[in-house]
Design a protein around this ligand. Structure first.
Ligand code: 87F
Length: 538
């Protein structure tokens, strides 16, 4: 019997194929930032790093061998492979439909180059981000008369457009969304999909006549983000509000969905929805003539400023998904976003009617495809079945169907779940129903398992000692806080590790546990105002 307990496969794994694959890795690595030593022990044969021993290497291998990304010749720039683009396109379609329901959101596309003067017009919010801005300074042989920034975000190109387009209350609300790539020249070590120098995102920007409308939209969009994570990526998130220290500098307040990676004990900001108040409206002079025209003493029409929001979700979401569900064998894809939901693998052995097996595999494919399942058959002849099983497991395909001579005899197939490894024989007549059912079960189970792990990680503490201990245990710490920035700074300083940044506030969850009146801040001893999540973060 083979390792999988199935009929023996006569085609031994060809040594040529292994060499080929190893070479592939070597080639790919030339274009990467990885150290040579690291490269040597790594082959394409499997994930060699352990999730709970060396998470960074494990994660990098999962992203590359799972074929989400390929490294390019520049640090922090990645090639998105079909598995990742499929996920991104799925999120995009879902978001577009949700934004359509929200109403009035127009998809547009703004230029990717921003004149220096435009970018710097608005100094306050850009100040802290300046080191990350990348510039285009030459065209051909000549220096450009003015440098252009590669957009790191598009406020400075969209808000001048808002100023021109918004004249009266009839032009409001104005809501635009664009799906584009942005460049932020990070100096810290890149992490595939989580922190790179270029990434894809959608950025939404809206303007309203009233603060109430803006406030309402902030939460509506946050709820869409939460559903993208929970319903599509099967990743549980926490909705809440950022502290004043952690909010976007240009915003009145920032809300976010936060995810947590139990293995590393780090939080990760999964998407943000900002209420910008009238901050940008004042800077960019975005004002409108109201329904009831009011005039000043000199008879001049008073034009109120608009109320603005902005919101963004990026390809970081794919990285959070990979970190959440991936295991020792590689990537685990939730069925709703998987490019291939099912892989069919022929399992012939000596003397078997390989042609018939192949035909049946194609028939299974056709049946499932007809039922709307995304399915592929792996008929490569130079790889053994066992090798193929491991390869598709690495790529995270939710279900594997094995089909050999004994299955043919019994009119059945062997179905194997990627997430649990559970195997079952399914009669061909029941196949469509069973596969569809299993895909739904896997989607739900991935979420439930991740949700349970997240809940197990949450530690509610009330004292500094408890806080330190919870942090040491890599927990997501929920603590009563006085809401003072000095305390946040102190906590960060006092939790700095040798090689790791200190803990910070992740968010103040909307879902607040009861706060007894006499509850004190875990760090300052002053009266606590709220329960807030703290942790190290990405
Ligand atoms: C990096 C360089 C320059 C983040 C930057 O979150 C500017 C920035 O403004 C910058 N990194 N930000 C904040 C982005 C805020 C906001 N923009 C629209 C979003 C959602 C989409």
């Amino acid at each position: 019997m083979s390792k999988s307990g199935r009929e023996e496969d006569v085609r031994s794994s060809s040594s040529q194929s292994m060499v080929e694959k190893t070479l592939e890795v070597a080639k790919a690595s030339v274009f990467g930032e990885r150290k040579e030593k690291e490269m040597k022990k790594e082959t394409r044969l499997g994930i060699s790093a352990k999730k709970d021993e060396d998470f960074p290497s494990w994660y990098s291998q999962v992203c590359r061998f799972g074929e989400l990304i390929t490294l390019s010749d520049t640090k922090g720039l990645y090639i998105l492979e079909p598995s990742a683009t499929k996920i991104w396109n799925t999120l995009r379609s879902y978001m577009d439909a949700e934004l359509e329901k929200l109403g009035g959101v127009e998809e547009k596309k703004f230029p990717m180059l921003i004149k220096r003067d435009s970018l710097e017009k608005e100094k306050d919010h850009i100040e802290g981000f300046k080191p990350e801005v990348a510039w285009v300074t030459r065209a051909g042989e000549h220096d450009l008369p003015t440098p252009y920034a590669l957009r790191p975000t598009s406020e400075t190109i969209i808000y001048p457009y808002f100023k021109n387009r918004i004249r009266t209350h009839r032009d409001l609300p104005m809501k635009v969304n664009q799906w584009v790539n942005v460049v932020r020249w990070e100096v810290s070590d890149p992490i595939p999909l989580i922190r790179g120098r270029e990434f894809d995102w959608q950025e939404g920007h809206s303007a309203f006549a009233t603060k109430e409308e803006a406030d309402e939209e902030v939460l509506e969009v946050l709820n869409i983000y939460s559903r993208v994570y929970e319903d599509l990526l099967a990743v549980p998130v926490i909705k809440g509000r950022k502290s004043d220290k952690e909010k976007f500098a240009g915003a009145d307040y920032t809300t976010s969905v936060e995810a947590f990676i139990p293995t590393t004990g780090r939080g990760v900001q999964a998407a943000t929805s900002h209420c910008l108040g009238q901050n940008f409206a004042k800077m960019f002079e975005i004002a409108f003539e109201d329904k009831e025209v009011k005039r000043d003493k000199k008879g001049k029409i008073i034009k109120p400023m608009v109320w603005q929001n902005s919101w963004g979700l990026s390809t970081r979401s794919i990285g959070v998904m990979a970190m959440t569900h991936g295991d020792e064998k590689g990537l685990v894809l939730p069925p709703k976003v998987a490019r291939h939901q099912v892989v069919v693998i022929p399992v012939p052995f000596k003397g078997a009617d390989t042609k018939r097996i192949s035909q049946e595999c194609q028939a299974v494919k056709a049946t499932l495809q007809g039922a709307g399942v995304r399915v592929i058959v792996d008929e490569q002849e130079n790889y053994a079945c066992g090798w193929k099983y491991a390869d598709w497991e690495m790529k995270g395909v939710p279900l594997r169907i094995e089909l050999g001579p004994r299955d043919l005899e019994k009119n059945q197939v062997r179905v194997v779940r990627r997430d649990t490894g559970a195997k079952m024989d399914v009669l061909r007549v029941d196949l469509v129903e069973k596969v569809k059912d299993l895909l739904e079960v896997i989607q739900r189970d991935l979420y439930d398992v991740a949700k349970r792990k997240l809940e197990e990680c949450i530690h509610k503490v009330e004292t500094w000692d408890e806080f330190k201990e919870a942090l040491r245990l890599k927990k997501l710490v929920l603590a009563p806080w006085c809401d003072e920035v000095e305390v946040e700074n102190d906590v960060k300083e006092n939790t700095k590790g040798e090689n790791e940044a200190g803990a910070k506030t992740l968010c103040t969850p909307f879902d607040q546990p009861e706060l007894r009146e006499d509850t004190l801040c875990f760090a300052s001893g002053k009266p606590a105002k709220k329960w807030t999540y703290w942790g190290r973060s990405y």
